[in-house]
Ligand binder design. Structure first.
Ligand SMILES: NC(=O)c1ccc[n+]([C@@H]2O[C@H](COP(=O)([O-])OP(=O)(O)OC[C@H]3O[C@@H](n4cnc5c(N)ncnc54)[C@H](OP(=O)(O)O)[C@@H]3O)[C@@H](O)[C@H]2O)c1
Length: 270
């Protein structure tokens, strides 16, 4: 009998993760199921060849791993479901921003484990970045399964739970911040009468290339120096960047996102 991997909530993130997992070599190693009350999603995935629409009772009774992919605002519905269906011996993996494992653990039978992850939407195209905070009682088999499944969606890193609010700003919200920066670059190109068809691939490949250079060579100051010839264009642009305190404003944006994750954690405890 194959172990069952479940998704409780099957919106953007649930689908993004499943999409990577179903295109991996692990797809046939497990049975896959989801529960989501959204009628449109039920219709869309109800006849899917690889994942079965399941009721809550079955989902909480027979799963090996359950990815909790609902919004933090709906966490009370998870607690109600746990109280009603009393899952045992399963491992919940929550991606709800700001909801501490301690809050969920209090609701669970001691035989269950609760880990947290912070993925991001590029998981849909196997280019995600997922931070993982594993339950201290995770056994080797569960750890291996969680890691190999999440690796299908991109890069994984292990972090301690207190770091997750900050990671939420960097990875969970990070794609939206990067999209906004791409929009700003595009706006500049448009004002300079460069067609979007020309500007977009140049901007996107520049971001991809720069990120890969950093991953490979690590020393960012050296990389900046290497493209900053004295009195050149890059130096002039960077002078404006620092004079206009753009780094300070970016920091404020990230702090605002991280503070919101902390707020969500507090709200969930009330
Ligand atoms: N989106 C991101 O970029 C991102 C990144 C990192 C982490 N996250 C985390 O991922 C989680 C899901 O985000 P998302 O963007 O995927 O949200 P989403 O697209 O709204 O998906 C959530 C799904 O859960 C369903 N749902 C609501 N109540 C439920 C219940 N009691 N049982 C089962 N399913 C239920 C919703 O149905 P209805 O639409 O009918 O309510 C919806 O289909 C959130 O906790 C978020 O913090 C998101």
């Amino acid at each position: 009998m194959k172990p069952i991997i479940s998704f409780y909530g099957f919106g953007n993130m649930g689908q993004a993760l499943f999409n990577s997992m179903q295109h991996s070599r692990w797809v046939d190693h497990y049975h896959w199921q989801f529960y989501d009350p959204n009628p449109e999603l039920q219709k869309k995935f109800g006849q899917h060849p690889h994942i079965k629409l399941q009721n809550e009772n079955e989902l909480f009774s027979n799963s090996f791993l359950i990815f909790i992919c609902i919004k933090p605002q709906n966490v009370d519905q998870l607690y109600q479901a746990i109280q009603q269906y009393k899952p045992q011996n399963c491992h919940l993996i929550s991606m709800m921003a700001g909801i501490k494992t301690e809050s969920i653990q209090q609701q669970l039978d001691p035989s269950c484990r609760i880990s947290r992850i912070m993925p991001n939407t590029p998981a849909r195209i196997q280019e995600g970045a997922t931070a993982i905070c594993l339950d201290a009682f995770t056994n080797a088999h569960e750890k291996e399964s969680i890691e190999k499944l999440l690796k299908t969606a991109g890069t994984i890193v292990h972090v301690a739970e207190p770091q997750l609010n900050t990671i939420t700003a960097l990875s969970g919200s990070g794609p939206a911040f990067t999209y906004q920066i791409i929009k700003d670059f595009l706006e500049f190109a448009k004002n300079e009468e460069i067609d979007r068809d020309v500007a977009l691939p140049i901007i996107c490949q520049t971001l991809i290339g720069a990120a890969k250079m950093v991953m490979q060579y690590q020393n960012i100051d050296h990389l900046i120096e290497s493209v900053s010839s004295p009195s050149g264009t890059t130096v002039r642009g960077l002078e404006s960047y620092h004079a206009n305190k753009i780094g300070v404003y970016l920091n404020e944006m990230l702090t605002a996102a991280s503070d919101r994750a902390k707020e969500l954690a507090k709200e969930s405890e009330q």
